[in-house]
Design a protein around this ligand. Structure first.
Ligand SMILES: Cc1cc2nc3c(=O)[nH]c(=O)nc-3n(C[C@H](O)[C@H](O)[C@H](O)COP(=O)(O)OP(=O)(O)OC[C@H]3O[C@@H](n4cnc5c(N)ncnc54)[C@H](O)[C@@H]3O)c2cc1C
Length: 409
């Protein structure tokens, strides 16, 4: 099928980034199409943790979406973090500055969360949606993009690449390759009957030297089911010749802090992997007639591995930028650099702080001390809470007072 329409904006990928951009561009008098490789509901390999930032981004996207999300039965409430260190040390942290009665964070299968977001876009009259269309070739003819799937051709003035970590747009239009130092390989495996999950739905993060730099997680989906996984920096995996699937199986079977908890657990699937391009590297995220969003732009937090919040945030920033672009009829690379600047103005400091915090965590004498003493010190607990909460608290890391207090703790 050759669609004769020339869209103003063609969004490739209907994950959180693509759906957020479509939401924000709706109602602006533009002709918009959203093209997606799969049919929803579709799975996405992920830890399924929706941090406080995701909840905030949904509200900023549209308070009505946040309201609909609050009625979602398929999410499970989560009130904090449980951090594990060597020799059985563990401590619980609450997310700061959130009332006890309201869950600040959720775990929800991406099968369900992405479907929820997708449905909010599908209900909009001015977004044309094409599912089961995998874009494999991108051409440009007289300033009009032509995108080809196996059975269709789509034409547009501007492209938004929201096609995830293996972005076809990124590799075709920026000739970009994976930089393994700024990339994590992750595995997910759903389990049932994992013992000892916290009564308050805590997200468990296990930091051990044998999987550094990286971590093992258990994120409870219900009393009985959990999203279990492991992620490690790709360069370290290559350097040490790690087989990630074997490492995951070994941890579950043999690690002194895990084996009893998994003794009667059943895996609900084989481990499945996907990449996480980290925001520890500033990458170009636009060019002549196109912008990249979410994982396609490499906007995953370098410490926690979260990317859903920033994917939605980038969708909002892209929509704001495009409104200016259409007003001024400027789609050139120079004009689009303002998008890159805005993305990094909003996210770069957080990324830098996460890289800094990662150094602390993977310096095990210090991390183990943090976990051991965290139980006694509110100051240390607040610091560690900021791992997946984007609070200003991380800024205190740059203060000498912090280290003075830490070693007195
Ligand atoms: C193992 C693992 C664990 C993670 N855990 C978490 C977590 O717990 N919390 C968190 O916040 N983040 C987590 N992340 C990161 C998170 O999954 C991503 O940051 C987030 O999904 C990015 O959203 P996106 O919309 O940019 O891309 P995606 O969600 O990947 O969406 C991209 C969309 O584009 C479509 N697409 C791809 N190629 C094409 C094509 N050629 N043509 C048409 N469509 C195409 C895909 O089908 C998909 O629907 C994890 C990632 C991994 C791999």
């Amino acid at each position: 099928m050759k669609d004769s329409t020339i869209y103003d904006v063609l969004i490739i990928g209907a994950g959180p980034a693509g759906c957020a951009a479509a939401q924000q561009l709706s109602g602006k008098g533009l002709k918009i199409a959203l093209v997606e490789k799969y049919r929803f509901p579709r799975d996405k390999i992920c830890g399924d943790a929706l941090s406080p930032d995701v909840v905030k981004q949904l509200k900023l996207l549209d308070p009505q979406i946040a309201d609909q999300f609050s009625q979602e039965a398929r999410r499970s409430n989560c009130y904090g973090l449980r951090l594990f260190a060597q020799k059985g040390a563990a401590m619980d942290l609450k997310f700061p500055e959130i009332a006890e009665s309201k869950a600040p964070c959720f775990v929800m299968r991406r099968l369900d969360f992405d479907h929820f977001l997708f449905k909010t876009v599908a209900s909009l009259d001015d977004i044309s949606i094409f599912q089961e269309q995998s874009i494999y070739r991108i051409d440009r003819v007289d300033a009009i993009w032509e995108l080809h799937s196996s059975d269709s051709t789509f034409r547009a003035k501007v492209l938004l690449g929201a096609d995830g970590a293996q972005s076809k747009l990124r590799s075709s239009l920026l000739q970009a390759k994976i930089d393994k130092k700024h990339h994590v390989a992750g595995l997910r495996q759903y389990f049932q009957n994992v013992k000892g999950m916290g009564a308050r739905g805590q997200l468990e993060l296990h930091f051990y030297p044998e999987i550094a730099p990286g971590y093992f997680w258990i994120f409870p989906l219900s009393e009985h089911e959990a999203n279990v996984g492991i992620g490690m920096i790709s360069a370290s995996i290559s350097k040490a010749g790690v087989n990630l699937k074997e490492r995951l199986a070994q941890l579950i079977k043999e690690h002194p802090q895990l084996k009893a908890r998994f003794a009667e657990a059943q895996a609900l699937e084989d481990p499945r992997g996907f990449g996480l391009p980290l925001g520890s590297l500033k990458r170009p995220c636009s060019g002549d007639g196109f912008l990249l969003l979410g994982d396609a732009a490499g906007l995953i937090d370098p410490l926690s591995g979260e990317g859903i919040g920033n994917a939605i945030r980038s969708g909002r920033v892209a929509a704001e930028h495009l409104q200016k672009a259409f007003k001024e009829q400027r789609f050139d690379a120079e004009f689009n650099k303002a998008y890159d600047r805005e993305i990094y103005r909003r996210m770069w400091n957080e990324f830098r702080l996460s890289v800094f915090l990662r150094r602390i965590i993977f310096y095990f004498p210090l991390y183990n001390r943090l976990v051991r003493y965290g139980g006694k010190s509110r100051f240390v607990r607040n610091l560690l809470s900021s791992i997946i909460d984007n609070s200003n608290f991380k800024k205190s890391l740059f203060s000498p007072k912090f280290y003075w207090q830490l070693f007195r703790a």
